[in-house]
Each structure stands twice: as C-alpha cells, then as structure tokens.
Design a protein around this ligand. Sequence first.
Ligand code: TTP
Ligand code: MG
Length: 353
Amino acid sequence: MSRIIMHVDADCFFAAVEMREQPLFRHRPMAVGGSADRRGVISTCNYPARVFGVRSAMASAHALRLCPGLTILPHRMNLYRETSSRMMDVFQRYTDRFEPLSLDEAYLDLTGICSDEAQAVELAARIRAEVTAELGITVSVGLAPNKFLAKVASEWEKPDGLFFVRAHQADTFVRGLSVTQIPGVGRVTAEQLQFMGIGRCDQLQAWPLDALTERFGRFGHRLYWFSRGVDEREVQVTRERKSISVEQTYSRDLTGESACLQQLPELLSRLEERLAKLTGKPQVRKGFVKVKFGDFSSTTIERPGEHWRLSDYQPLLSQALTRGPARVRLLGLGVRLAPPATPEEVEQMPLFH
Ligand code: TTP
Ligand code: MG
C-alpha cells in the first residue's frame, strides 16, 4: 500500500508574519531583509513585490531599483520563530509523525491517520484552515506518495493552495519535471546532465542505473529512482517535545470560577487525546494550567507530578484564577515532558527552541 505524505510550506513566510502584524502591507510591495545602504539582502518579500521581480537572496539595493515603492522591513526573528512553533503545534494536534525542515516547512506522514486519498485531502484542508485562522498566515500543501513528490507538489498551487499527486498519477507527473527539482541536483550536476542531453525526468529515465552510478557514484541511485517517482525516505521524527498542551479561546469571556472549572473536562480529554498519539510515550514531569484574562494579562501555574487527572488540575486552575480579573478569555492545560534519554537525541534538535 502506498504512503500519503504531506509537505507544508508557508507562503512568503517572514513577509506573511509582518503582513499579519501590519495589514497595510497586504496590498503594497514589502520585503523583509537588510537595509540597502548596508549592503543588505532580501530574505523574502510578499507577492505584490514579486510582481516586480523581487526575490529572496537578492541585494536590497537591486530590489529597490526593480521596485522603487518597496518597503524593506528589518527582521523580527523571535516573531517568526514563535509563529513557526505555533504552526508545528497545529500539526502536532493531528499527528506525532512530522518532520520540520525549516521554520516554515514540514513533512507530515498521514499514512496511519487517513484510510484513503479523499480523507487525506480533507485533513490537509483542515490543517490549512486552522493555520490560517490561528496564525493569520497561509500555507501551501503538497500531498503525494513520498517526500520528493510532496515537496514538488506543495509549490504547484502556491500561494494558499493544495495539490495532490495521487499514486496512480505519480509516473506521469514525475516525467515532466525538470531534473533540477530532484533534491541534491545543484548547478554542477544539472550542467553535467544537460551535457548528456538530460533536462527532464523522462529523459533521465532512459539511462540505466549502472551508467548513472558510473558517472555520479552513489548519487546515481537517487537520480535513477527519483526520476521514476520512487523515494523511500521516511518522515524523520526528531523534534524534542518539551511540553504538550491544549488551549481554548472563548468567543465570550467566561465569568467566575465555576464557569472556568466546567471547561476542564473538555480540555483534559483533548489533552489526553494528544498524549495518546505520541510515539515513544515520554515521561510526564509536571502539569500546568494557563489563564488569559479579559484584560489580556495571563498567568501560568505548574506543579510536579507524573499523572494528571481532573482533580489534579482543578486546584491549580482555582489558584490561577485568583491572579487576575473575573473575566477569562482563554484556558489552557498541559504537561511538561522529561528531556530525551540520550545526548544524541538532544543534538538532533533543530532550530526551533
Ligand atoms: P521559503 O519557504 O523558501 O520562502 P517564502 O516562504 O518566503 O516564500 P514561498 O511562498 O515561495 O514559500 O523560505 C522561508 C523563509 O526563510 C522566508 O520567508 C525567509 C527565509 N529565507 C531567507 O532568509 N533567505 C532565503 O534566501 C530564503 C529562500 C528564505
Ligand atoms: Mg515558504
């Protein structure tokens, strides 16, 4: 049975976060990057700026020549990191089997949680909608039987799109791709391939495996298999999870202790559902509650303990409620987890913390 892999990539990520913070830039050319008078470069830009040819990694001075009306905003990395980690939290609600690739990109393995392709499309749509509703940015998604095709597919309908390469379409889809889409094919390899008369995957398919390994060594295997749409790489789950939590913002503020306590069973069952999905069953060290009050102040209280039942959370919540005004906007429940067992696991931790 074939797998269902999803690749998610946020649209013009740094710029999208800035547009959320400053909506006036939604319809004006804007970039995030270093300033032109200090030889800065563009990190990314919004779509109105892309119309003028502004691109990532371009000198800011050059970008301004292409698009004199461009506003270049300085980086706010903490904001992008925070948005990224909230995006990963959304994925986490659906599956533990996801692999962050960078701040704005991840693979999710949906194989175990979707029984067919229609369900995968539905799930992808839900994840996209949740990211947009909660984070105020859009993401594009590719669905495919493997990582290679999923990543290519996520670019197909960018921005704010979804593209599915179904198992039976994979062969036709891959034949039309440029070899430069194969991960690892950089400028030098592309030139060598061009010299051999190979520009697209269907042309690469005509070459036998031994001819490719003779010229490209071990990389020849990748060229041979990827050009046929075959990629066995697993979704690597390496992220260290320090805590798992759920929270709910209420459309109308809750008033008083008992109204808040009444919400606990619902939150706890969501938390337990998420804990049940974790692979490897990490050890719980603490439990915590979070309260955001009507005046937007917030507080968190945590206590050591390995087992967290309703009766353990209730006193914690009651205590947290004494710290602010009577009206409550948001309640959250969570557990903190023990760090991973081996130093190697810690070293695999990506950028996110
Ligand atoms: P990308 O996903 O490559 O680009 P993007 O999200 O801005 O745009 P797209 O809609 O095409 O996906 O990169 C994610 C972020 O990484 C990007 O917002 C800024 C940063 N970045 C750089 O700082 N320098 C670069 O050269 C690139 C490519 C990205
Ligand atoms: Mg992106």
